[in-house]
Ligand binder design. Structure first.
Ligand code: BDR
Ligand code: CA
Length: 318
């Protein structure tokens, strides 16, 4: 079975991706690395520890990763992040503080160590800025050839961005890291807005979680309802919330749910379209591109697989 590491900025949709990865029978979640973005890194790590304990998954170690972009000195959380994910990142829902604490090893070193240990059996799913991956590649460039697969939630190829007409949020936080990742030759699956905006979750879905009568089911329903309600305000045409980060987990364990375009990709790091994820023009005729860009998805399969996995997990969590 594949070993999976999540690199996340938890965040409501990250929290769904976490439960999906923790509950799937298709891969073993061996560790979680926290990053900045929706929240500050420390808050995200705390959210992960609290959630894993609520889900009864206390054997999964959690690591602190990057606190700001590779070429930046600091990170200031955007006001809009607090609006979309709540001040605490999990929809203002109170979670019982975990007993388990974060590991002392840095998340970047943990990623490198795991690549050396598991090689092609390892898939890393990144649902926040790609800073930890960029730092790991700088420190250990062999990783590009050794790792099995990297799946990112980020970018937009066929649709506009969500922070600018060109730029998706995770890429916008650290375009340099994303560029380094794309151009390193690492096998990458890009799960961008092209597909993540198509799979939508509704209040009727979270209601089934609440009816499980378990703490995890109830808390998750409350967390995700916050996200659905805010999307009624900011994106009413969706009639629910988009499954950004869970789509990356889905692509890692069920790539057959997606239509992927093989392409050599880059990221623009300056100029008016900074943060744009785009094909490399002079590599268009070269064979064996390292990036597969998801351009279509069977949304029913993604929504159903995630919901079935979460419901089973919430039932078992007591
Ligand atoms: C991405 O940005 C964050 O707000 C979400 O968690 C997701 O990873 C979507 O652009
Ligand atoms: Ca995220």
């Amino acid at each position: 079975m594949k070993k999976m590491i999540l690199d996340i900025d938890t965040g409501v949709d990250d929290a769904m991706a976490l439960a999906y990865a923790a509950g799937t029978k298709e891969a073993e979640l061996i560790g979680v690395v926290g990053t900045y973005g929706n929240v500050y890194t420390e808050q995200g790590v705390e959210n992960v520890l609290n959630i894993l304990e609520m889900l009864g998954k206390t054997s999964v170690p959690v690591y602190l990763g990057a606190k700001h972009g590779m070429e930046k000195d600091s990170f200031d959380r955007l006001e809009v992040s607090a609006k979309i994910h709540g001040q605490n990142g999990v929809g203002e829902v109170d979670l019982t503080p975990a007993k388990r604490v974060k590991e002392t090893q840095h998340g970047v070193d943990y990623i490198i160590e795991a690549v050396k240990q598991y090689g092609k059996d390892l898939v890393i799913v990144a649902t926040g800025p790609m800073t930890n991956l960029g730092m790991a590649l700088k420190k250990y460039p062999e990783m590009a050839k050794e790792v099995g697969q990297i799946v990112i939630m980020g970018g937009a190829l066929t649709v506009p961005g969500n922070v600018s007409p060109f730029t998706e949020a995770n890429i916008s936080q650290d375009p340099e890291a994303a560029k380094l990742l794309f151009e390193s030759g690492t096998p990458v699956i890009m799960v961008g807005l092209d597909v993540t905006m198509r799979s939508v979750l509704r209040l009727s879905d979270t209601d089934r979680w609440r009816k499980k009568g378990t703490i995890a089911g109830e808390k998750y329903a409350d967390i995700v309802d916050y996200y659905i309600n805010i999307h009624d305000e900011i994106a009413p045409y969706l009639h629910g919330c988009p499954l950004h980060d869970p789509s990356a987990v889905a692509a890692a364990i069920h790539p057959e749910f997606f239509t992927m375009l093989p392409l050599f990709m880059t990221v623009e790091t300056e100029g008016p379209s900074v943060g744009r994820t785009i094909g490399i023009a002079d590599k268009i005729r070269e064979e064996n591109p390292n990036v597969k860009v998801c351009i279509n998805v069977d949304t029913n399969k993604v929504v159903n697989d995630m919901c079935q996995t979460l419901e089973a997990l919430f039932t078992d969590s007591k």
